[in-house]
Write a protein that binds this ligand. Sequence first.
Ligand code: ATP
Ligand code: MG
Length: 436
Amino acid sequence: MAEKLTAVKGMNDILPPDSARWEWLEDKVRALMARYAYRNIRTPIVEPTALFVRGLGEVTDIVEKEMYSFEDRLNGEALTLRPENTAGVVRAVAEHSMLYDGGKRLYYMGPMFRHERPQRGRYRQFHQIGAEALGFPGAEVDAELILLADALWKELGLKDVRLELNSLGQPDERRQHRAALISYFETNADQLDEEAKRRLHSNPLRILDTKNPKMQALVEAAPRLIDFLGEASLAHFSSVKAILEANGIAYSINPRLVRGMDYYNLTVFEFITDSLGSQGTICGGGRYDYLIEQIGGKAAPAVGWALGVERVLELIREQGGAADLPVPDAYAIVPETSALPVVLKTLQALRALGVSVQMHAAAGAVADGMGSMKSQFKKADASGARFALIFGAAELAQGSVAVKPLRGEKVDAAQAQTLQPLATVALWAHSLRAGV
Ligand code: ATP
Ligand code: MG
């Protein structure tokens, strides 16, 4: 046998029955987004590397060390597998002048790629669902997005998710804070680790995000951005908070919440759980009013968030919540191969009526009849179907199909007396859909 090939480290196959939980989550998201009038957008998985370098910032974890970048073998173009989707959405919005007739509310779902150390809740291919509102400057849209995320947690039955909030102010306020921060860290240079020293002049704000326990006290006492915010920034922040309070959304202010990308301003937020260990942030976002301009579009305000699908599903599992696993309504039992033409025709009609049916099929390397009735009933039972449809010789000779409940339900005896298989199943399908 040839050497076995396996998936790339940190990139997972999502298999049934687990994939049903993904579909369940995606269905919930689609329905919820529709209720908030957010529309689906799908951008390419590969983008020019420059989009992320310019959009996310050169001195961010993602751009510095997490991107899957490569050169197009044929034309030498610098390309990158998207590590996030906000930059791609913004590029598409600018490229297609989508804001010419007003703001747009958009959402996406899909795989993202970051070269990180794989562990629970952290993968190299992972999936995000994101919502972005572009062209709206007001705090009401920041709040709408937070309410949308909160509604999603409720819809999914999640508990114990807390909201942390901060304001990053505007670029000139950040510059003043940055200068104060640099001089503070310079005065305490002996307490900085290597990474912090490297970041001191390139991205001192990211030092606040350090996970180094030896630097916590230093970081704790650093000048706070909130003290540098002007009136307009504070008013925007107050409006967001007032709307959340009016809606009963609990939050806590985390002055050290800075987020991993450079593009944020004003409101930033994260939804966090304590149930997933150190990978506890399930969703993060904020305002990014300067990103569109940054990547060459016409300036427009914007705000959005992205959630990690793997972490959300893990949290649901952790909290004992379960998505309904799909089961067919019926399993078709086929004692003789000679019945197959009638069986497939009948099942086609049944499916057209909206009934889900799993057909028994010969299994194994070589077809050798359909298998014993006993083994077929075993499979019918294992499928989780509510009913078995038995296409036996006796039934077919009479032009009928037997309907046998597998989960202790009752079926109308009249169903068995119908003359045509199609009529039998049509009648049965009708009663099934009527909830009998
Ligand atoms: P972290 O601090 O955990 O690395 P982040 O700040 O890099 O997260 P974002 O870029 O804000 O994360 O992405 C939004 C969400 O996507 C995160 O809150 C998380 O739920 C999820 N996420 C980010 N990176 C990964 C990954 N490598 N594997 C799985 N999920 C991820
Ligand atoms: Mg990260």
